[in-house]
Design a protein around this ligand. Structure first.
Ligand SMILES: [Zn+2]
Length: 215
């Protein structure tokens, strides 16, 4: 695992976050990354400061005034958080992020037969055709190649993935636009857990289409 994330949200995303212009589902991912990324947390602080970019754009109260209180509450970061469970399985979701989720006992794993991959739907935003999932990929296992029709954003909670573009490790934030085709695989030495938000629901390609539509 890298000592600090190497892949970050864009500056525009951070500014949108500070300005309160992102939806709750994306906030979950952003704050998961911000909780372990000093680079982005400092950028957020700069945007939020008097005279900062966010204040120049939005002269009203900055909506994330409690940002540092909230981040401080997850100081233990990604690795120590084990309280959140889905059907008895601990998920390395930071406590603070888990606490933001609606309380429900209806979370259920869905498996992808013989693939080493399972996932759970955390949230659905039908108005935006978006949803947030936790995905668990066993070490060395991976998705078949597929093409996203909408935006894909993800934060690695533990372990890592690789595809033809890059290797992602714990804390890294990834954003891919529509039309990306890739084949992410978990790194060989550790199971991968990731928090991902997909728009557009559907992906292209044969036998996996129905499955990934559910994702
Ligand atoms: Zn960052």
């Amino acid at each position: 695992m890298n000592s600090a994330p190497l892949h970050h949200p864009t500056e525009d995303r951070l500014l949108a976050y500070v300005s309160g212009q992102i939806d709750f589902s994306l906030r979950l991912l952003m704050e998961t990354h911000l909780g372990v990324c000093d680079v982005c947390a400092n950028q957020v602080a700069e945007f939020s400061a008097p005279g900062g970019a966010a204040l120049r754009e939005t002269p009203k109260e900055v909506p994330i005034a409690d940002f540092f209180d909230r981040i401080e509450a997850q100081v233990n970061g990604l690795s120590a958080a084990q309280a959140f469970k889905v059907e008895g399985t601990p998920v390395p979701l930071p406590d603070r992020i888990a606490a933001m989720l609606p309380k429900t006992s209806n979370l259920r794993w869905k498996s992808i037969l013989k693939s080493g991959i399972r996932y759970v739907t955390l949230l659905e935003d039908k108005a935006k055709d978006a949803a947030v999932y936790i995905v668990h990929i066993k070490a060395g296992c991976g998705f078949p190649a597929h093409t996203h029709l909408g935006l894909e954003q993800a934060v690695i909670l533990a372990g890592g993935t690789k595809d033809h573009l890059c290797t992602m490790e714990a804390g890294d934030y990834e954003e891919n636009g529509p039309e990306l085709t890739h084949q992410p695989t978990a790194l060989e030495d550790e199971d991968c857990w990731l928090l991902t938000r997909l728009e557009g629901g559907d992906v292209r390609f044969g036998g996996w289409r129905g499955l990934l539509q559910k994702l």
